[in-house]
Ligand binder design. Structure first.
Ligand code: E4P
Length: 216
């Protein structure tokens, strides 16, 4: 499973990139707002840091506007993936951009039927939002399982990019469900490395090492 990071904070991206764990980045208008930076400038900087796919989202609501914005975003760097909302117009724009060879990520997916439409429209990625479904008391992971099953039955190549991930448990469940990618907030990514037994074991090894009086 590939790891994308869900952030527009370039300092965080630079730090996480040193681990070699970051396969791509997703942003959205809210994350751009949080960064306080110019949209085009920040996407260009992220594309320089991370060679993998970097999602940049359109804000137009009509297909023509999305196509126009999508082409502009794709011109920023070769690794920009144009993020489009899962609306009727978003699907039209997805088909248009995909036919032009521009990679797309169809976002705000909350049902298996929506994911089926995105795959048929040529999306490179589909982004089902797990956490926001969980917030409504609906099992977000169930959606990942359904999309995986449908895409496998019909051999769709659209990658399942599990989004709205809130916890380490979500990441583990996505991996078991066969999601191709999980886009993870930086804090959650770091939490994947943590275990109390790791901390306890390390403390006891270091105490024993100190007792030997040796140095490396
Ligand atoms: C994905 O591309 C979205 O940017 C993101 O995962 C949304 O997460 P949220 O529901 O925590 O805002």
């Amino acid at each position: 499973m590939k790891f994308f990071i869900d952030t527009a904070e370039t300092a965080e991206i630079r730090e996480l990139a040193t681990t070699g764990l970051v396969d791509g980045i997703t942003t959205n208008p809210s994350l751009i707002k949080q960064s306080g930076r110019d949209f085009v400038e920040v996407i260009a900087e992220i594309c320089d840091i991370i060679p993998g796919p970097v999602s940049a989202e359109v804000v137009a609501l009509d297909a023509e506007g999305m196509l126009r914005e999508g082409r502009r975003l794709a011109a920023i760097a070769g690794n920009v993936t144009v993020k489009l909302p899962l609306t009727w117009d978003g699907l039209k724009a997805c088909r248009g951009l995909s036919d032009e060879g521009i990679a797309t990520n169809v976002t705000l997916c909350f049902s298996a039927n929506q994911a089926l439409l995105a795959a048929k429209a040529g999306a490179r990625f589909i982004s089902p939002f797990i956490g926001r479904l969980d917030d409504l008391g609906v099992d977000g992971m169930d959606l990942i399982h359904k999309i995986r099953a449908i895409y496998d039955i019909y051999g769709f190549e659209t990658e399942i990019l599990a989004a709205s991930i809130r916890s380490a448990a979500h990441v583990e469940a996505c991996a078991l469900a066969g999601a191709d990618v999980a886009t993870i907030p930086p804090k959650v990514l770091k939490s994947l490395s943590q275990h109390t037994l790791t901390d306890k074991g390390l403390a006891s090894f270091l105490a024993d090492w100190d007792a030997t009086g040796q140095r490396i």
